[in-house]
Design a protein around this ligand. Structure first.
Ligand SMILES: Cc1cc2nc3c(=O)[nH]c(=O)nc-3n(C[C@H](O)[C@H](O)[C@H](O)COP(=O)(O)OP(=O)(O)OC[C@H]3O[C@@H](n4cnc5c(N)ncnc54)[C@H](O)[C@@H]3O)c2cc1C
Length: 412
């Protein structure tokens, strides 16, 4: 038997990074188990994912053959001004996929016996140089030779190994929505099909596009329209938005049904001041807008003995870069190769250096892309960077681009 089959790898987090790691490590013969804290399937998280070659390559290396069915085709991008006319246009062919669709493809590659839900990691103890003991909230505990922390932005694993590396609030959040396409009138639907639509308001931009609907349907009439509106907000305003009418504060995200109606009404009123009538219509059609704070996460080290961080647990960049899933995939596939290497120690060192550099580059690019999201009244024209990233041409070409590697190259 080879070395890998004796080694037990515990992966914490069964989302994108965890699944990519499990698939790649199992393919190389490691004995892998994924531990996910959620009870229900993660497929319903519902978010649009912009695809590009990097993501397709990552999927192929995980044994998923990408097809046209990966999402909804878009031919280009438009910016619509306050009065409703197109003020900037670009051709950019891209398939807009969805989080759930990609998740389901990946999840299908892992046997249920190797993917344990309702396993929230609480504690890790180092038994010796080669063995770890893990304890879960449900009372179970296991031993493992390696632990991979793929548990996202608020990673428990990162808090254990690097408690000082905390998410840093970006100074804005995103209102988000998903609308059943059927609810949108034919005229507006025609304008929205085949394009990613942008709007530019003071204090943050808006973007929206069609994605696969329920059961991954991509036929006309069964898709969803996915939108996000970035809004500048102080930390106390974010806290206010994450507090329900009973005064309960949801630090890690408020369930959509608990968001106060007055905040939604304020948001709709702001939209009527700053955004095109078509965009206002979409916002008003959204039954349950939800919101999400924007944070940057960096860490000092990815490897802490036999504990390794990947995906958003290691570096979380703002969603403008559209690289979270492919970064998670690349972290995972290159880590699997390093662990499999005959010269493992050197390979892991190289892996850590390369992935840190890449993670830091995505964070810096994300910061730049968000640099124009400032309070209402801020003079963007007096701030070179903010002015550059809010210019129509840059805004619509760089956000969730079909070729992120071209822009990221500047930061590497
Ligand atoms: C608005 C928005 C738009 C985005 N758009 C794009 C895009 O277009 N393209 C793109 O590539 N990326 C996009 N992203 C980013 C992408 O969704 C993330 O980068 C990606 O999901 C990260 O995967 P992950 O597995 O590292 O972390 P996560 O998806 O956060 O998963 C972490 C998992 O760990 C589990 N977990 C947490 N703690 C524990 C614990 N203690 N024990 C057990 N399990 C635990 C959680 O339940 C969760 O399932 C977007 C993100 C946002 C917010």
């Amino acid at each position: 038997m080879n070395r890998e089959s004796f080694e037990r790898v515990a992966i914490i987090g069964g989302s994108m990074a965890g699944l990519f790691a499990a698939i790649n490590l199992q393919a190389l013969g490691f004995n892998v188990t994924v531990f996910e804290r959620s009870k229900e399937s993660l497929a319903n998280r519902g978010a649009g994912i912009a695809t590009h070659d990097q993501l397709y390559n990552a999927l192929r290396s995980a044994g998923v053959t990408p097809t046209q069915e990966m999402g909804v085709k878009s031919k280009g991008r438009v910016l619509i001004g306050r009065e409703g006319a197109i003020t900037e246009k670009q051709n950019m062919r891209q398939i807009m996929s969805s989080w759930g669709l990609i998740y389901r493809f990946l999840r299908a590659q892992i046997a249920d016996s190797d993917y344990l839900t309702e396993h929230e990691l609480l504690e890790v103890n180092v038994i010796n140089k080669e063995k770890l003991a893990l304890r879960f909230k449900n009372g179970s505990s296991i031993e493992a030779d390696w632990l991979i922390g793929a548990d996202g932005m608020n990673s428990t694993v990162r808090q254990i190994v690097e408690p000082l590396s905390q998410p840093e609030y970006a100074g804005y959040f995103a209102w988000r929505g998903l609308i059943n396409e059927e609810l949108i009138d034919q005229d507006l639907r025609k304008q929205l099909t085949n394009v990613i639509t942008f709007g530019l308001a003071p204090a943050g931009h808006w973007l929206g596009y069609l994605v696969a609907g329920e059961n991954d349907a991509i036929e006309e009439g069964r898709r969803w329209y996915n939108w996000g509106w970035y809004r500048h907000a102080t930390a106390s305003s974010l806290r206010n938005h994450l507090t329900d009418r009973d005064g309960r504060y949801f630090e890690n995200g408020i369930p959509h049904h608990l968001i106060r109606q007055s905040l939604i009404t304020d948001m709709q009123q702001e939209a009527s001041l700053y955004l095109a009538p078509q965009i206002q219509k979409l916002i008003n059609l959204t039954k349950h807008p939800f919101l999400q704070g924007m944070f940057d996460v960096s860490c000092e080290k990815l490897i802490h003995g036999r504990i390794i961080l990947i995906g958003d647990a290691a570096f979380t960049a703002r969603p403008h870069v559209g690289l979270g899933v492919s970064k998670a995939a690349e972290d995972a596939s290159t880590l699997a190769k390093a662990l499999y290497s005959k010269k493992r120690k050197d390979a892991l060192k190289r892996w850590e250096n390369e992935r840190k550099r890449y993670g830091q580059a995505t964070i810096q690019w994300g910061r730049d892309l968000g640099s124009h999201i400032k309070p209402i009244g801020y003079a963007l024209e007096a701030d070179n960077k903010a002015e550059h990233y809010s210019s129509p041409e840059v805004l619509i070409s760089q956000n969730a681009s079909h070729d992120p590697s071209k822009f990221l190259a500047e930061y590497l």
